[in-house]
Design a protein around this ligand. Structure first.
Ligand SMILES: [Zn+2]
Ligand SMILES: [Zn+2]
Length: 309
């Protein structure tokens, strides 16, 4: 922020203001002050919906296959967990529109900092030092400055949009995920699959992942593995996949344990902390990857995926 004071460059200013704002709100309780306005629609819909979904549960029960909220047309209560500073979430007819600035609401060594990084193994550009550390910067632990991928989180000035059905349904056939964003995490950043690039297995890039299994890439900061920043062997909401189904941590709230009825994509139908009626959702599968990690979403979409633009 101080770095922006001299010229008042609008985009840089916006980005760093937004980023530090999100840091403030995640560290303290001030999230409902300034940027609350943009998410008022989402929050109030969520509030309304939690009431009406109770009514649905004991009411017509027409949507007990997938989604307790389908018949109400309201915003699913799980969307209340998405970072209010980094996301704008709106209802548009029978679709939910998620817009994200791509920035995570937590610390990382990938925020701009005063340590310049050389081009890693000659791949990608070098990353110059910033004048000061971003407020959410922390020194690398799981990775090192020498192993980190090129680019910093706050270099990203774009945005992402995803439109999913209010009440997603299972498709007749599953479809493979692709490179790039395949889901949106509650933090604001994107979810990727188990490949790093065309013909580049994730194994080759694991050394560049930070403590929460994320790194920067050709586009923005993204997660490949269980994100320890907010989920570690628990039932936390991870995010929403591009087919509209939610992704949870390794445990299911319905039992408190690892589900034993998951399909090939890590999905099953049960209640969650956000749904009193059973609904389809995914889990991070409790299968160790490289003996110590858990892949976020190595399988196919079981619903109909929309593109994340
Ligand atoms: Zn990656
Ligand atoms: Zn579950």
């Amino acid at each position: 922020m101080l770095a922006c004071d001299d010229d008042g460059g609008s985009t840089a200013m916006d980005a760093s203001t937004g980023a530090s704002g999100s840091g403030t709100s995640s560290a303290s309780a001030s999230g409902s002050t300034a940027s609350g306005a943009s998410s008022v629609t989402g929050s109030s819909s969520v509030g309304t919906d939690s009431t009406s979904s109770d009514a649905t549960g004991s009411g017509p029960g027409e949507s007990d296959t997938v989604g307790s909220t389908g018949s109400t047309g309201g915003l699913h209560p799980a969307f209340a967990e998405f970072d209010a500073d980094n996301f704008t979430i709106m209802l548009d007819g029978d679709e939910v529109v998620l817009e994200s600035n791509g920035l995570p609401n937590h610390v990382s060594p990938y925020w701009s900092n005063t340590t310049a990084r050389a081009s890693p193994d000659g791949m990608g550009p070098a990353t110059p030092a910033a004048k000061e550390d971003h407020p959410l910067f922390v020194a690398p632990t799981a990775t090192s400055f020498d192993s980190m991928a090129p680019g910093n989180i706050d270099d990203f000035m774009g945005s992402f949009e995803l439109r999913v059905p209010v009440a997603p349904t299972l498709a007749d056939t599953s479809t493979a995920t692709g490179l790039g964003p395949i889901g949106m995490a509650v933090s604001g950043s994107m979810i990727y699959n188990d490949e790093e690039g065309p013909n580049v297995p994730l194994e080759n890039a694991v050394g560049s992942l930070d403590f929460t299994a994320a790194h920067t890439g050709p586009q923005s900061y993204h997660y490949h593995l269980e994100p320890k920043a907010w989920s570690d062997d628990d039932d936390a909401l991870i995010g929403v996949m591009a087919d509209g189904f939610f992704l949870y941590g390794r445990r299911c709230n319905s039992t408190g344990d690892y589900p034993d009825d998951l399909d090939v994509s890590g999905g099953h139908e049960s209640t969650t902390q956000h749904a009193n009626a059973a609904e389809y959702h995914y889990h991070i599968q409790n299968d160790a990857y490289l003996n110590e990690y858990y892949l976020l979403f190595p399988g196919d979409y079981q619903g109909t995926a929309a593109g994340i633009q």
